[in-house]
Design a protein around this ligand. Structure first.
Ligand code: ADP
Ligand code: MG
Length: 268
């Protein structure tokens, strides 16, 4: 799937408003703080709001121009929180109509040469714009609110991932704790047949940080929502490190069997 070493991580959901953009911005920041090279791309090209969340809404060149073949991805890349890179989408209808969603595949794959994580903030549902980010992903994270309608729509995303043969990394339950009647993360996981990566509570600090146009993780890293995101980033960064080690081991084993020499790992 990917060209380079980095992984394409798509944040998806059946419904709009579950917290995909919130997760993409915060997870990108948290992974950057863990020392990873990260770019967050607003692949929700119809309802672009990543730029709005991060104060980049006036960016002159966006993913729209890149997908229209009018600009390079480097021209549409801006400095984001903690040093992660952000590719916003544009807000104009004409930009949206000129953008070709199919071009996102090549763009995302190219980014994996430079970045450890290419995070795609995907539009909701199963439109043409959202199926490309699902198909090109190495891993999909599905964001679910703990209610039945969010869950039912997530099942469709799960089926779509199966249809395009993309691995689902797991589910993030977001905005929990709002009602006693809501589903428990365990129930969400078993109804979807997927593992729960983390449970993020509804947190007033998220609203406060949104007003300041900074990720909650930068405003108050100890708030419950920020702490949950850090936990998720640690899981993802840790497993990426494990995958690198497995790759390194198999490379050394291959070289070793070619040379018929002694098996050596990590240098001399
Ligand atoms: P999506 O991208 O899925 O449409 P957003 O990320 O834009 O959804 O989130 C929708 C709204 O919910 C935003 O106003 C966001 O600030 C708010 N929100 C998301 N997650 C939380 C949370 N854990 N606690 C409080 N507010 C949240
Ligand atoms: Mg969004």
């Amino acid at each position: 799937m990917t060209n380079g070493k980095g992984r394409i991580l798509t944040i998806a959901s059946g419904k709009g408003g579950t917290g995909k953009t919130f997760l993409a911005a915060n997870l990108g920041t948290a992974l950057t703080l863990l020392g990873k090279r990260v770019v967050v791309v607003d692949a929700d090209i119809g309802m672009a709001d990543l730029g709005l969340y991060l104060g980049l809404e006036k960016s002159p060149i966006t993913l729209h121009e890149v997908l229209a073949g009018e600009a390079t991805i480097e021209q549409a890349m801006y400095d984001g929180p903690a040093g992660c890179k952000i590719v916003p989408s544009g807000l104009s209808l004409s930009g949206f109509s000129r953008a070709n969603p199919q071009k996102l595949k090549g763009v995302a794959e190219d980014l994996t040469r430079t970045f450890d994580f290419v995070i795609l903030d995907c539009g909701p549902g199963l439109s043409k714009e959202s199926t490309v980010p699902l198909a090109v992903a190495d891993d999909v994270i599905i964001v679910v609110n703990p209610d039945l309608s969010s869950l039912a729509d997530s099942l469709r995303i799960k089926m779509m991932c199966e249809a395009v043969d993309t691995q689902i990394r797991g589910v993030v339950v977001n905005r929990s704790g709002l009602s006693k009647a809501e589903l428990a993360p365990r129930e969400v996981g078993s109804m979807l047949g997927l593992s729960i990566l983390v449970d993020i509570p509804d947190d007033d600090e998220v609203r406060k940080s949104a007003n300041l146009k900074v990720p909650v993780i930068m405003k108050n890293k100890n708030s419950p929502a920020a702490a949950a995101q850090t936990k998720l980033a640690q899981q993802l960064a840790g497993s990426e490190a494990k995958e690198e080690i497995v790759e390194e081991i198999s490379k050394v084993k291959k070289e070793n069997s070619k040379k018929g020499g002694k098996f050596r790992l990590f240098g001399k």
